[in-house]
Design a binder for this molecule. Sequence first.
Ligand SMILES: N[C@@H](CCC(=O)N[C@@H](CS)C(=O)NCC(=O)O)C(=O)O
Length: 196
Amino acid sequence: MYKVVGSAKSRTIRVLWLLQEMSIEYEHIDVGARSEQALALSPNGKIPALIEGDHTYTDSMAILTYLADKHAQFTYPAGTPERARQDGHTHFLLDEFDACLWMASRHSFVLPEDQRVAAIKDSLKWEFARSCERLTERLGTGPFLMGDTMTIADILAAHCGRWARNAGFEIGPPALNDYLDRLLARPAFRRVTGET
Ligand SMILES: N[C@@H](CCC(=O)N[C@@H](CS)C(=O)NCC(=O)O)C(=O)O
């Protein structure tokens, strides 16, 4: 059985959500970043990690890609034009959403206090607003980034959207908010957050 290491209040929720969508059983080891258990699995104690037998995998999108490929769900097959487009969405989201939100977190509570630059947040919010417009264009008429097929790129988008809302980053485009609301209302996600 898969063991998922990390608190659901972190990027670990991406892994838990995908496993719930795929109806695959797992054990959840609910520990924080830099905890003893996390440090035993990754050098800087980052979460999530996935344990499968003797193997440990780190980095949420690497884990999602592995699971989606292995179980042939929520992804297009590697080496297809669709997969290239899907991966393009994933990398756009990592560059423009995850990196921006993570930078804001670092300068809010992750870095030592004397290394934080509060002024960076206004610039990040400006950039984020612009990226929301770009993501809305990518979504087009949807309902998912890849049209009718939900993929792991949508899980990443929805997690970043929820993170942004919690961090006070405004999401302007109504179509983007509708898309996020639809994803975050999915039963599999709500099972992870305990809302069902
Ligand atoms: N690229 C990694 C980032 C992992 C990451 O930074 N996780 C955060 C929690 S969401 C963490 O462990 N932070 C602790 C730290 O950076 O010291 C992923 O997607 O899994």
